[in-house]
Design a protein around this ligand. Structure first.
Ligand code: PLP
Length: 360
């Protein structure tokens, strides 16, 4: 069996270790996963109710156009319904963009390290990947402009960036958009949008009218706490959406996911509360780092990248044995760092106590 040659060098996605596996391996009764930027507070009770209300409909295919959700999201982000595309997670929107715009004659520009799915999907399409190293955790937007040529079709801006948590300011994004040629799609991945507190974070949606080559990605997986239902969306001008829609599977988002997403938009208090708690949680980690003189990146997401000045797998392993699953920086391009998802206040205190013992 001959698979496409692009697949030969790729690994399937390596997720954070599952809780059940770690319980068994280390004979633990309690295991906490702070590895995948999941919401420690779950999701809105309204979303749970909406899911139950769908249970009698499971035999029926979902609405492939996500019409009800479309109407609700259009109102929420203040765009036209034709300016939205829904995906089985924003991961799938990344895949749709790559299917639609990349091939072996094209190239794509992105930061490194950044969210790995941009590169992964680009490689599958056979496109050339041009990576520009972060500078102090930030996108080097000028260098990225320099990498664009007539064969570039997509550039990726992840803000807040996973895994650093840093963001692109409004001025910098505007400046970047005015410099990128119109034949290049700029994808701004705002997966952590709901957590952001920085005042100079851009109102990216307001830039869509002026920039026909802009696409924004959002998700219900993070602050809305619906990661397991797989639902996210892209926002862009209607013509672009129409052009890429054929690359989307017909029933790519489930009935349950659509209903839960609608209900969670009707509970803004839940998200606001999560944002507030996340802010306090980040503060716990900042204080810990400052007390122990550890470098970290100030984060606008629900995770923090901390430099432990040693092989990150060692620290990862020490935490794992105590029942805390985090992300080792080795797999993320930061071999001495850990990426830790901000948990509940108690979880944060517990992991910080373990880390203090380990570092001191
Ligand atoms: C988590 C994450 C996503 C993927 O979210 P899904 O909607 O669950 O597919 C996309 N981009 C970034 C930067 C993320 O961290």
């Amino acid at each position: 069996m001959q698979v496409k040659k692009q697949l030969l060098g790729l690994q399937p996605y390596q997720p954070g270790k599952p809780i059940e596996e770690v319980k068994k391996q280390f004979n633990l009764t309690k295991v906490v996963k702070l590895a995948s930027n999941e919401n420690p507070y779950g999701c809105s009770p309204k979303a749970k109710q909406a899911i139950m209300d769908e249970l009698d409909q499971l035999a029926i295919y979902p609405d492939g156009y996500s019409a009800s959700l479309r109407t609700r999201v259009a109102k929420h982000v203040n765009v036209n319904e034709e300016e939205l595309i829904f995906g089985n997670g924003s991961d799938e929107v990344v895949q749709i963009i790559c299917r639609a715009l990349l091939n072996p004659e094209k190239n794509t520009v992105m930061a490194t390290p950044t969210f790995p799915q941009y590169k992964h999907n680009a490689v599958i399409e056979g496109a050339e990947v041009r990576e520009v190293p972060l500078v102090n955790g930030d996108h080097n937007l000028d260098e990225m402009i320099g990498k664009i040529d007539e064969n570039t079709t997509v550039v990726w801006v992840c803000t807040p960036n996973n895994p650093t948590g840093t963001y692109v300011t409004s001025d910098n994004l505007l400046n970047f958009l005015t410099k990128v040629p119109k034949h290049v799609l700029v994808v701004v991945d705002e997966a952590y949008y709901e957590y952001v507190l920085a005042e100079d974070y851009p109102d990216t949606v307001s830039l869509l009218n002026e920039h026909s080559n802009l696409m924004i990605l959002r998700t219900f997986s993070k602050a809305y706490g619906l990661a397991s239902l797989r639902i996210g969306f892209g926002i862009a001008n209607a013509e672009l959406i129409r052009k890429i829609e054929p690359a989307r599977e017909p029933f790519n988002t489930s009935r349950v996911a659509q209903a839960a997403a609608i209900a969670s938009l009707d509970d803004p208090d839940f998200v606001a509360d999560c944002r507030e708690k996340n802010k306090k949680g980040l503060k716990q980690f900042y204080e810990f780092c400052e007390n122990l003189n550890l470098d970290y990146y100030p984060s606008e997401g629900n995770f923090i990248l901390i430099d432990f000045n040693r092989d990150s797998d060692e620290v990862f392993q020490a935490l794992l044995e105590k029942g805390y699953i985090v992300r080792s920086g080795n797999a993320l391009g930061f071999p001495t760092h850990l990426r830790i998802t901000v948990g509940s206040e108690i979880q944060n205190n517990e992991i910080i106590e373990i880390l203090k013992d380990f570092v001191q």
